[in-house]
Design a protein around this ligand. Structure first.
Ligand SMILES: *Cc1c(COP(=O)(O)O)cnc(C)c1O
Length: 429
């Protein structure tokens, strides 16, 4: 399989998987996409979904990566990455696919764990590779965990100081080894822009092997398509309907655009709800037809505080550049902090269900949409006790793995919003 930039309409500059993964962002500023979208055999997929998540994911991954990585090795690695439950649960009148039972308790484990292992398999470990990632919270811990102790790889993480939760910070700063967290005096958008600027600096990149692990990266993006299949089969079993609408709590839109990819692989979904917090640039676009990226504002669902979503370009590509087609495939929903609090409170009081603020946006959107389907739950409530407890009065128990982590020393370094300083750090890591 070859990969192209979203902006390379003529398919003039093909890249191998390894080239596309290491480049992260395409040289022309676009995002990498596959030359064609493979079609899944739904009967095979359904049978494998009945076996395990890993069996289904192995089959779907081979459709993309089977020419680059031996199918047996791929399946073995995937069995190791996805060794946790992916339950579909009824919550109130809705269903949710809980994607937060992985090693760092957030859905980003699906993409980051996959990428870490695959980069190990793609080779080229003769020269040190630096993985550089901007994070609004959960990405950093998932990437840190996904790449922890992968030989030949150093990981540099940029996060906005004071704008992520203590637990999120602990998950990045307690590992040490090949994981190097930087606390940046700025917003997530500043962090993301710095990373983009470094990748755009061709002379720096000629001298240093650097790569991104953000949700723009192909190896983060594609495996996120696989849980839509799993959720679909689980939901059909539980609810017995057809064409479910999937509600996706969104920030950078890697998750939602992966759902659109799954649909184009042949998964018969009824569409999507782009569920945002107060950073509603996509719901606004769906309503008005105007796309106006802007600085992000801070909310309770901070991993979704994105004002200029990188994957918008992939969503447009998936719709052949037709903005009206995109508007036909997605519904928009905006949930402000007051509604997030009300939803968290209501879920606990009515159903005894503890919900993190991001998943609460999903629930609120799912109720408002009212169509048959399910919403994605993206983080474990234990990661957001500081939001949930004041609202519900309930104590949110920490899973033992997290409780152990908080006790370890936190180590990170300060970083200014300054490209020169970042390049110096990356060169010396
Ligand atoms: C990253 C994240 C999101 C947003 O996902 P995108 O793919 O960036 O749209 C939602 N919820 C949680 C908990 C996250 O960590």
């Amino acid at each position: 399989m070859k990969y192209y930039s979203t902006r390379d309409k003529a398919h003039a500059r093909p890249c191998s998987l390894r080239e596309a993964v290491e480049a992260g962002l395409a040289p022309d500023g676009g995002l990498f996409v596959p030359e064609r979208i493979p079609q899944a055999d739904m009967a095979v997929a359904e049978r494998l979904a009945g076996e395990s998540y890993a069996a289904l994911a192995g089959y779907l991954a081979a459709l993309f990566f089977g020419e680059d990585i031996d199918a047996g090795i791929l399946q073995r690695e995937i069995g190791r990455i996805y060794d946790f439950q992916v339950p579909l649960r009824p919550v109130g009148s809705r269903y949710t696919l809980e994607l937060f039972h992985g090693p760092t308790f957030a859905f980003k484990d699906f993409g980051a764990g996959f990428m870490g292992r695959m980069v190990g398999l793609l080779g080229g470990a003769d020269e040190k590779l630096v993985i550089l990632t901007a994070t609004s919270g959960d990405t950093g811990s998932a990437v840190a965990h996904g790449f922890y102790n992968v030989p030949g790889v150093e990981v540099v993480l940029l996060y906005p100081e004071g704008k992520i939760s203590r637990l999120q910070e602990c998950q990045m700063t307690a590992l040490g080894g090949n994981i190097h967290p930087l606390r940046v005096g700025g917003t997530f958008d500043d962090c993301q822009r710095l990373v983009k600027e470094l990748f755009a600096d061709s002379s720096f990149r000629a001298a240093h092997r650097v790569s991104s692990a953000n949700s723009i990266n192909l190896l983060r993006w594609i495996p996120q398509a696989f849980y839509y299949f799993y959720g679909y089969f689980r939901w059909r079993q539980a609810a017995g309907g057809e064409s479910p609408v999937v509600v996706v709590p969104s920030g950078n839109y890697g998750n939602l655009s992966a759902g659109m990819l799954a649909r184009r692989m042949g998964l018969p979904l009824g569409g999507f709800v782009a569920a945002s917090n107060a950073n509603d640039v996509v719901p606004e676009f769906l309503r008005t037809g105007d796309y106006r990226p802007r600085p992000s504002v801070r909310t309770l669902a901070n991993a979704m505080d994105v004002g200029a979503p990188s994957n918008f370009e992939r969503m447009m590509w998936l719709c052949g550049g037709d903005a009206d087609a995109l508007r036909g495939e997605l519904l928009g929903f905006r949930c402000d902090d007051a509604m997030i609090r009300r939803t968290i409170d209501g879920l606990y009081r009515n159903y005894g269900y503890l919900s993190d603020p991001h998943s609460a946006v999903g629930y609120a959107a799912s109720v408002a949409c009212g169509r048959p389907g399910f919403y994605l739950s993206t983080a474990h409530p234990a990661k957001f006790g500081e939001v949930i407890s004041p609202v519900t009065g309930a104590k949110v128990p920490l899973p033992p793995r997290l409780a152990e982590l908080v006790k370890r020393p936190r180590v990170s370094e300060p970083m200014a919003v300054d490209l020169g300083a970042l390049e110096e750090y990356v060169a010396g890591v």
